[in-house]
Design a binder for this molecule. Structure first.
Ligand code: URA
Length: 217
């Protein structure tokens, strides 16, 4: 698995990530969602550079232009609910892509231990497609790996791009161990050092789903 950290180079991406983290700016949930969406757009642009292209003849009012256009069959997927604004950023650029959704949650037991429950998957066939899985936070990596495995029961993607703007150090090791194949690229914008005993990323941002959509029961 290849890991690309776009936050290592200076770009406007790092400003948007800093605003996601800022506990005062976070209070504006519309800005929080929009920043996730803008981050999705930046990752979509970077991923577009890895796609296959062919020349298409386009008729303009004055003649014929040879335009280079992507040919991959893209499926954009996300994990409900925190991933929705990031997913929307991808959809803003890859507007003809197919879409998939996975509903997953942490079921807590004793001592803050949890198992990941996947309740619902909605996806087209994935054989030969380019799959994007966008999820804002990669804490332990366990829900992401389960979502990937569940999606792959619906066909074998040609390549999978996993996009998690904020990741923990532990999760990179977990994904490298569980998804060693060459057909997966992990894209991040920041790698944070720690996890709390409830597996929240530190310094992280807090609960991305609650910040985007309000607290849940
Ligand atoms: N999910 C979140 O929203 N935040 C974390 O820190 C970890 C998982």
């Amino acid at each position: 698995m290849k890991i690309i950290n776009l936050g290592e180079d200076n770009s406007i991406l790092n400003l948007f990530v800093s605003q996601l983290r800022d506990k005062d700016i976070q209070k504006d949930s519309m800005r929080f969602r929009r920043n996730l969406e803008r981050i999705g757009e930046i990752f979509a642009y970077e991923i577009s550079k890895t796609l296959n292209y062919s020349i298409k003849e386009v008729t303009t009012p004055l003649g014929i232009a040879n335009c280079s256009v992507p040919t991959n069959k893209l499926v954009l997927s996300t994990i409900l609910r925190a991933g929705l604004p990031l997913h929307n950023g991808f959809l803003n650029y890859f507007d003809n892509a197919q879409n998939a959704f996975v509903a997953a949650y942490r079921k807590y037991g004793k001592d803050n231990k949890f198992t990941i429950q996947i309740e619902y998957v909605s996806s087209p066939k994935l054989d030969g497609k380019t799959l994007v899985i966008a999820d804002p936070m990669l804490a332990t990596g366990s829900s992401l790996v389960l979502a990937y495995e569940k999606l792959c029961t619906l066909g074998e993607p040609e390549h999978t791009h996993i996009v998690c703007p904020i990741a923990s150090k532990d999760s990179l090791a977990y994904l490298s161990k569980h998804l060693p194949h060459k057909k997966v690229t992990l894209w991040v914008a920041a790698v944070d050092e720690e996890l709390t005993n409830k597996s929240y990323i530190v310094p992280g941002i807090g609960d991305a789903g609650d910040l985007a959509f309000g607290e849940k029961l």
